[in-house]
Design a protein around this ligand. Structure first.
Ligand code: LMR
Length: 398
């Protein structure tokens, strides 16, 4: 019966990690997946997380089923982190948050929900976008188009192209936006550009679906929430997927949230009831441990403060690596101007490497990057930076 099953290609991002792990060369660097490594290249176990776990262990609790929509204290804290705890959407009962299996789980629950209730809508994602965006929305049954985003010549944003395209979309179109630290390019609109984008979304009656996987990796927790809060201030429907995988270094715990902004408390109740059905028929209810950690940190002021400091350290280390990579490439005599890497935000840089150059980096040097040229800057550290810079220089020069 399974004879017709075709072999699927490797996942463009997680498949690289599989390849990397199977690579027996001793000198190898994984710049593929978006994971933060510390200055020793290790995945950090944050102090705030360890302290929260110690507190949880001190009062062990049985592991019953969670509510379908997740732990209330977690949902409340996740919502407050996005909007600010006194936001009108919260106080007026216009924000619905459910716990999800990471940011991907939030996108999936959001996509399934929208497909059921807005079956006529199409989805547009940025060109380019995170590889899984298209796949998730197509799997949910949507037609997925793109809007102009990245301008390869300037290594910046094609803002006019983006706005013009958004202005041409039919009302009800679902527009997937990256709140900050755009994946894969690292190029974000300025606050003024966001104002204009939000105005177009509102006047055209589009539905913004804002993906926020990197809160705290751009300019700070509050600064990075500005986009979400801008849209939330419009009083329109907004969908937000958020994730604690990166900001808490809790990748494997799958802790995320889906937040829908509605126009009334009554609409919220109806939306929540349907989200619960969507969750129940996907995985019944979410797991306990990761959300207990995040909830303990966010609801304990001294742990929340410690976490914010640790997050700032991660953010600053990535910035430092950006600067060092750019100066090392220049010192190695590479003619291309890589200064754009400095203004990109978050874990990634759209490096401008061609697919052939990416293949050479992998084959000749054991350096893995996504085929589009996306490199994960947060995987650079003092031990591998010289090797990466020299290898990139060689690929550019020969
Ligand atoms: C990435 O883009 O590398 C991360 O978001 C990890 C993933 O799931 O693809």
């Amino acid at each position: 019966l399974f004879a017709p099953v075709e072999l699927a290609p490797r996942d463009p991002i997680l498949g690289l990690t599989e390849q990397f792990n199977a690579d027996t060369r001793t000198q190898k660097v994984n710049l593929g997946v978006g994971v933060y490594g510390d200055e020793n290249g290790r995945l950090p176990l944050l102090q705030a997380v360890q302290q929260a776990e110690a507190r949880l262990l001190a009062t062990p609790r049985p592991r019953g089923y969670q509510p379908i929509d997740g732990a209330p204290a977690y949902n409340k804290a996740a919502q407050a982190l996005l909007l600010g705890s006194d936001h009108a959407a919260i106080t007026e009962g216009r924000a619905v948050t459910v716990q999800t299996l990471g940011g991907t789980g939030a996108l999936k629950i959001g996509a399934d929900f929208l497909r059921q209730w807005l079956p006529q809508a199409d989805v547009v994602i940025s060109n380019p976008s995170w590889e899984n965006h298209r796949a998730i929305f197509e799997r949910a049954g949507f037609n997925v188009g793109t809007y102009p985003y990245y301008d390869a010549d300037s290594h910046g944003l094609d803002f006019e192209g983006m706005v013009k395209h958004l202005e041409s979309l039919p009302a009800g179109t679902i527009v997937v936006l990256h709140a900050c630290c755009h994946n894969p390019t690292g190029v974000d609109p300025t606050p003024e550009q966001w104002q204009r984008i939000a105005a177009v979304v509102q006047s055209r009656g589009l539905l913004p679906f804002i993906d926020m996987a990197y809160q705290g990796f751009g300019d700070g927790l509050q600064e990075d929430a500005a986009t979400v809060r801008l849209f939330a201030g419009l009083g329109i429907n907004v969908v937000i997927s958020s994730s604690f995988s990166k900001s808490f270094s809790l990748y494997g715990e799958r802790v995320g949230a889906l937040t829908l902004l509605t126009t009334s408390a009554d609409e919220s109740a109806r939306v929540l009831s349907q989200l619960k059905r969507t969750i129940r028929t996907n995985y019944s209810n979410p797991p306990t441990h990761g959300s207990a950690i995040v909830s303990t940190v966010l609801n304990t002021p001294e742990l929340a403060q410690l976490w914010e400091q640790e997050l700032a350290q991660m953010r600053n280390r990535i910035r430092d690596m950006r600067g060092q990579l750019v100066s090392k490439l220049a010192a190695l005599g590479v003619q291309q101007d890589f200064s754009f890497i400095l203004s990109q935000r978050g874990m990634f840089s759209y490096s401008g490497l061609s697919p052939e150059q990416v293949a050479r980096l992998c084959n000749e040097f054991g350096i893995y990057a996504v085929g589009t040229g996306r490199i994960c800057v947060s995987a650079l550290n003092p031990n591998n930076l010289d090797y990466v810079a020299q290898s990139v220089a060689q690929v550019y020069k020969t």
